[in-house]
Design a protein around this ligand. Structure first.
Ligand code: DGY
Length: 319
């Protein structure tokens, strides 16, 4: 009998076809299925799970007695209760590296879109509001030659630094758990404490994973430390930012603007007050969402799954 695999959201169809050769596959691809009896019964039988952002909690694990491996189609794994998973000798994997450049492109794009007010001015043109020359209160701010502070200089943070250094002659500050000598040498990035980074940067880009330590890392005090002319970019996880504090900072002009790819709750509710502000550019968590990158992440997750279920060491094992 073939091992049973539960496919959750956002696994590339071509990859699903390859999985079908080795596994009995049940797909739940398009919306959340928690509480659906068909999902519960697939979970009960599953040897492996592959997908995006399924919350793997103690309760879910209790309902999956045969589970041997959980394969995230993402680099972030804050959806996994890793302690509980490891306690049960279940393997957990993610998809690092394959998304570095794609995510850096998106986050740098968000930074430029926010600085140059691209979505707002696109709307002016499309709504027929381009009657006279642009007014000074519609001008953006420069990106090139400014100071970019990157909080979290991992592989994606480094890919952002590369773009900033080589493409935009930016001066780079960074804060990280440990020094990143490669980024210091290759992109002339300077390590500094968080407060100093916040006070000196024209752009603050948050790229840390979501952990207990980073929850609400950016709160009222941190936004107050930023320059009034500074722009805040969140390319990490919504949990890392106190959204109320961000709202106040934007509303009162304590910071100039923000570009946000991630929210505390996703999809974010329509009445999230942040969405009413003019000086914020938002995206629906699309850092890694290109056709090519989604395929590469699915492919790596499937390799992890196959190796794990065949008793081999998966390429990106987390535990
Ligand atoms: C990741 O890979 O963690 C991206 O943010 C998609 O969730």
């Amino acid at each position: 009998m073939k091992p049973k695999v539960l496919v959750y959201m956002r696994v590339d169809e071509r990859v699903i076809e390859t999985l079908k050769k080795d596994f009995e596959v049940t797909c739940f691809q398009n919306h959340e299925y928690l509480g659906d009896p068909a999902f519960d019964s697939a979970l009960k039988e599953a040897d492996g799970i592959i997908g995006l952002a399924l919350k793997v909690t103690k309760e879910l694990l209790d309902a999956a007695p045969n589970l041997k491996i959980v394969c995230n189609v993402s680099v972030g794994y804050d959806n996994l209760d890793l302690d509980e998973i490891s306690k049960r000798n279940i393997l957990a994997t993610n998809t690092p590296e394959v998304l570095n450049d794609t995510t850096a492109d998106a986050i740098f794009g968000l930074l430029i879109a926010t600085a140059r007010r691209i979505p707002e001015l696109d709307h002016v043109v499309k709504s027929g509001g381009w009657n006279i020359s642009l007014q000074p209160d519609q001008y953006g701010v420069d990106v090139h030659h400014k100071t970019l502070g990157i909080i979290g200089m991992g592989s994606i943070g480094s890919a952002i630094a590369k773009r900033a250094h080589f493409g935009f002659d930016m001066n780079i500050l960074y804060h990280n758990r440990s020094r990143n000598k490669k980024a210091e040498q290759a992109y002339q990035a300077t390590y500094c404490e968080l407060n100093e980074l916040l006070e000196r940067s024209d752009f603050v880009c948050l790229m840390v994973p979501a952990t207990k330590e980073t929850a609400n890392l950016m709160g009222r005090e941190q936004f107050q430390r930023m320059k009034k002319t500074a722009i805040f970019i969140n390319g990490s996880r919504g949990k890392n930012v106190d959204e109320q504090a961000l709202y106040e900072a934007l509303k009162t002009g304590n910071i100039h603007a923000a570009g946000i790819d991630v929210f505390k709750e996703e999809p974010t509710p329509k009445d999230n007050p942040l969405l009413k502000l003019k000086n914020i550019v938002t995206l629906p968590h699309i850092g890694s969402s290109t056709t090519e990158c989604e395929y590469n992440m699915s492919k790596l997750a499937a390799e992890n799954l196959k190796d794990g279920l065949n008793g081999k060491m998966p390429p990106s094992l987390l535990n």
